[in-house]
Design a binder for this molecule. Structure first.
Ligand SMILES: C[S@@+](CC[C@H](N)C(=O)[O-])C[C@H]1O[C@@H](n2cnc3c(N)ncnc32)[C@H](O)[C@@H]1O
Length: 149
């Protein structure tokens, strides 16, 4: 349905949870290396429960490699705490790519600068950021909701 991209994820249970979200929405999970863990990690599989092996998973050496392998008209949205544009004011289309950054660093500045009009945020108060898997759930299910309307 959609494509969820985790750029250089660091924390195995987050990726395991995102895998479940992708399975539940029939979306593809793209992991961009380097990963902060092995794909055999026990915490990753525990968070993904028995479902991890059913997740549609693609591994990429870089974000450039991912983009080069997609159609030229593929749509990307970059999730960042630095955007003032709320995710719910975005129109999502099937097969869009939702790109999320690493837990400790967020998406790199150069990627955000090169895609300014494609950056979206989840409004929040009192914290610097949301947990990665929580952020994915919020935006992915909004994208799914829009397909049902
Ligand atoms: C734990 S956060 C990274 C924190 C990092 N210090 C930052 O400010 O981006 C991991 C990823 O979750 C997503 N995320 C978390 N909270 C978000 C928010 N309020 N709006 C948009 N994306 C968010 C972003 O993709 C972020 O790169």
């Amino acid at each position: 349905m959609f494509n969820v991209v985790l750029l250089r994820p660091e924390i195995p249970p987050n990726t395991g949870n995102v895998g479940r979200l992708c399975l539940a929405t029939q979306s593809t999970l793209h992991l961009v290396k380097p990963l902060g863990f092995s794909l055999e990690n026990r915490q990753l599989k525990r968070a993904g429960l028995d479902y991890w092996d059913e997740v549609s998973l693609r591994l990429w050496d870089s974000f450039d490699a991912l983009q080069r392998a997609q159609a030229p008209d593929a749509n990307y949205f970059f999730l960042t705490t630095k955007s003032q544009l709320p995710y719910y004011e975005t129109t999502f289309q099937l097969d869009d790519f939702l790109v999320f950054g690493p837990e400790t660093k967020g998406l790199p500045e150069n990627l955000l600068a090169a895609n300014k009009d494609r950056c979206i945020g989840i409004p929040m108060h009192g914290t610097r950021s949301l947990n990665l898997a929580t952020a994915v759930a919020i935006v992915l299910f909004e994208a799914v909701r829009q397909q049902q309307c």
